[in-house]
Design a protein around this ligand. Structure first.
Ligand code: ADP
Length: 577
C-alpha cells in the first residue's frame, strides 16, 4: 500500500534505497564534517541518526540556541564550519541566535534546518516559516534543496562558502518532502562523488608595495603598537605575530579574544597599560580586529587624533569602511609572514630602553602592582577579586595544554579579563563582539569537543549561567571535562540597587528586575544529573573544589557565593545604561 510520502513523491521506486535524510548525513560525512550540534525532532531526527551512522558525532542539546552558540565557537576554534541541526519553524528561529553570533563574530558555521512540506507551504503547515527569508540577514548564502538530488552539492557549497574569505554563517533548508524522497544507491554514490572536493577559494596576497608602505610606517614610528584580535587567532597567526613582536621590539595589545597569541606575561604586553598604549601610539598595526566599539572606533579621544592605522583584514569591505593609512587585505598569518619577510632584509628593533617601550612597561608594572594589592586582600564574604585570584592560580597550575576559558557576565567577565592569564592561543571564549550573554555552556561543549585534550573552565555570572544552565545535563551525558564556576551574587549585576524613589507603584513588592532567588543552589542542578556540585563561600573550600574538580576532569559546577553588593550595575559599561 502506498504511504502518504509515496503519493507525494513520484520518484519513489521499488529499487530506491537512499532517502534524503541518509543522503544529507552521508554528504556531511563525505565533506569531512566530524561533529554536529543540534536538537532533533520533526523532520530532522533521521538526518541526525543517519549522520551518526555515516561517522559524524552528533551532540544533542536541550535548546537550539546553545547548540548554535556551540557550532559558532566550534568554527572559530577549529577553522572548520561548526554545523547546527534544527527542526523547522521555531527550531530555526532558536538557531538564529547561533547563526547571528557566527555572523557578528565572523566565524564559519552552517545551520541546517528541516522545513515544512513544499506542497503545503503557504497553507499553514506544521511549523511553517519562510526560513530562507528569516536567515537572510545573518548568512553568506541560504540554500534550499528543492529535490533530493540537490543535497550533496548544497552541503558542499555551504561548507566551502562558510570558510571562504571572511568567515561566516551559511544556511541549508531541507524540506520534509525532500528528506522523504528516495533514490537508488548508485545515484546517491554518483551525486556524492560529483559534489566531492570543491577547490576552496584562495585568499590573494596584498600588493607587495602596500606591505613595503606598512613596514616603512612601522620602521619610522616613534610610538608603534601592534594590536591583534580574534581574526588573527582564527588565522593561526601566533607564530608570525610572535616573530614580528620579538624582532621589532614593538609593544602589543591583544583584544579580549586575541589574548594568548603571545602570553599575557610577555614583557612587551601592553594589556595592563591599555589606555596609555592606544592613547599615545603614533602608528598602530591592527591585525584581525575591527575598529569597532571594543577598540573605541579608532577615534579620539581614546586614540590620538593623528594616529596612523595599518589594518590587516581578510575583508576588503572592512578596510574600506575604516579608511586606514595602509590597508592590507589578506589572511592575517600570510600578511604577517610577508611583513616579517620584508623586515628581514633590513631589520629594525626599537629596543627595550626606548622611552616608549619603557613608559609602557612602567605603566603596566604600576597597574599590575595596584592589582596585586587588590588581589592580596582576602575578602569574605567574597567580592569578585578574591575568588578570581584563586581561580587564576588554579588555572595557571594546569600548565600546558592550558585550559580553555569560557567567560561571560558583567562584573565576572570584566574582572576575569583583567585577572585571568592567557598563555596559549584560542584559549579564551567570551561574550564577543555583541557582548552576548547565554553563550556559556554552548561554548564549553564546543571547546570540549573541538579540543578533547584540554580542560574547559567556565567562569560565569549567575545571570549568564542561567541562559544555558540546562545544558549541564549535556555535559554529564557526554562526560565532558568541563568545570563551570558560577559567581553567584543573586541576580543580574547582583542585589537590588534601586533608590527608594524607584521602589514605588502597584508592583513595588515584586523582586527587583535585577534580582534572582538569593543563595540559589546552582550546584544541585549538576548533581541532579549525576555530576559533581560544590557550594563554596570561603577560600579554603574554593581551593579544594578547584583542585578536586580539575584533577577529576569530569563535569562539575562550583557555586561561588558572592556578596550581592560587590561589583557595579552594567559592569564597566555604566555609561550605556
Ligand atoms: P576582536 O573582537 O578580537 O576585536 P573582531 O571580531 O572585531 O575581533 O575582528 C575580527 C576581524 O578579523 C574581522 O574583521 C574579520 O574579517 C577578520 N578576519 C577573519 N579571518 C581572518 C583571517 N584569516 N585573516 C585576517 N583577518 C581575518
Amino acid at each position: 500500500m502506498a504511504t502518504e510520502t509515496d503519493t507525494k513523491n513520484p520518484t519513489t521506486t521499488e529499487s530506491a534505497v537512499v532517502d534524503g535524510s541518509a543522503l544529507a548525513g552521508r554528504a556531511l560525512a563525505a565533506a569531512g564534517v566530524s561533529h554536529m550540534f543540534g536538537v532533533v525532532g520533526i523532520p530532522v531526527t533521521a538526518v541526525a541518526t543517519r549522520a551518526v551512522a555515516a561517522g559524524v558525532r552528533f551532540i544533542a542539546f536541550h535548546n537550539e540556541q546553545s547548540a548554535g552558540y556551540a557550532a559558532s565557537a566550534y568554527g572559530y576554534l577549529t577553522g572548520r564550519p561548526g554545523v547546527l541541526l534544527t527542526v523547522s519553524g521555531p527550531g530555526c528561529v532558536h538557531g538564529l541566535a547561533g547563526l547571528s553570533n557566527a555572523w557578528i563574530n565572523t566565524w564559519p558555521m552552517v545551520m541546517i534546518s528541516g522545513s515544512c512540506d513544499q506542497a503545503d507551504f503557504g497553507k499553514g503547515d506544521f511549523q511553517e516559516l519562510d526560513q530562507i527569508a528569516a536567515v537572510k540577514p545573518f548568512v553568506k548564502v541560504a540554500l534550499k534543496a528543492t529535490s533530493i538530488s540537490e543535497i550533496p552539492r548544497i552541503v558542499q557549497t555551504a561548507l566551502v562558502t562558510a570558510v571562504a574569505g571572511r568567515p561566516g554563517g551559511c544556511y541549508i533548508d531541507l524540506p520534509t518532502d525532500v528528506l522523504h524522497q528516495t533514490i537508488s544507491e548508485s545515484e546517491a554514490s554518483s551525486l556524492l562523488s560529483e559534489a566531492a572536493n570543491p577547490i576552496p577559494p584562495q585568499i590573494p596576497d596584498p600588493e607587495i608595495t602596500e606591505v613595503e608602505k606598512a613596514v616603512s610606517l612601522l620602521r619610522h614610528a616613534q610610538r608603534p603598537l601592534i594590536v591583534f584580535g580574534k581574526g588573527a587567532a582564527y588565522a593561526r597567526a601566533e607564530g608570525a605575530v610572535t616573530k614580528l613582536v620579538e624582532t621589532t621590539g614593538i609593544p602589543f595589545l591583544p583584544t579580549p579574544m586575541g589574548k594568548g597569541l603571545l602570553p599575557d606575561t610577555h614583557e612587551l604586553a601592553a594589556t595592563a597599560a591599555r589606555s596609555l598604549a592606544i592613547g599615545k601610539c603614533d602608528v598602530a598595526l591592527v591585525v584581525g580586529a575591527r575598529l569597532n566599539w571594543l577598540l573605541h572606533f579608532g577615534e579620539a579621544p581614546r586614540w590620538s587624533k593623528d594616529v596612523k592605522f595599518i589594518l590587516v583584514d581578510v575583508s576588503k569591505g572592512e578596510i574600506e569602511l575604516r579608511k586606514p593609512q595602509v590597508g592590507l587585505v589578506g589572511d592575517a598569518k600570510r600578511v604577517l609572514d610577508l611583513i616579517n619577510r620584508e623586515i628581514k632584509d633590513d631589520p629594525f628593533c626599537i629596543g627595550r630602553t626606548h622611552p616608549w617601550v619603557e613608559s609602557i612597561r612602567k605603566k603596566a608594572m604600576d597597574n599590575a602592582a595596584k592589582m596585586d594589592v587588590q588581589l592580596a586582600k582576602e575578602v569574605v564574604p567574597f567580592n569578585f577579586f578574591t575568588p578570581m585570584k584563586i581561580i587564576r592560580d588554579a588555572i595557571s597550575a594546569q600548565g600546558s595544554p592550558a585550559p580553555i576559558l569560557v567567560s561571560e557576565g558583567a562584573n565576572t567577565m570584566d574582572v576575569g579579563r583583567a585577572v585571568l592569564v592567557q598563555r596559549e592561543p584560542r584559549t579564551r571564549l567570551d561574550a564577543g563582539t555583541w557582548g552576548t550573554m547565554g553563550v556559556g555552556l554552548g561554548y564549553c561543549i564546543a571547546a570540549a569537543t573541538a579540543d578533547p585534550d584540554r580542560l574547559v573552565v567556565a567562569v560565569e555570572g549567575d545571570s549568564g549561567f542561567g541562559f544555558s544552565a540546562m545544558e549541564v545535563e549535556t555535559l554529564v551525558r557526554y562526560q565532558l571535562p568541563v568545570v563551570v564556576i558560577v559567581f553567584n551574587n543573586g541576580g543580574v549585576y547582583g542585589g537590588d540597587r534601586r533608590t527608594p524613589e524607584e521602589i514605588t507603584g502597584p508592583h513595588k513588592g515584586d523582586p527587583a528586575p535585577t534580582s534572582f532567588v538569593p543563595g540559589a543552589a546552582y550546584h544541585t542542578l549538576m548533581e541532579a544529573f549525576g555530576g559533581k556540585g560544590y557550594c563554596v563561600s570561603t577560600t579554603d573550600k574554593l581551593k579544594s573544589a578547584l583542585s578536586e574538580s580539575f584533577s577529576a576532569r569530569k563535569p562539575a559546577v562550583i557555586n561561588v557565593i558572592i556578596d550581592p553588593y560587590a561589583g557595579a550595575e552594567s559592569g564597566r559599561m555604566q555609561h550605556k545604561n
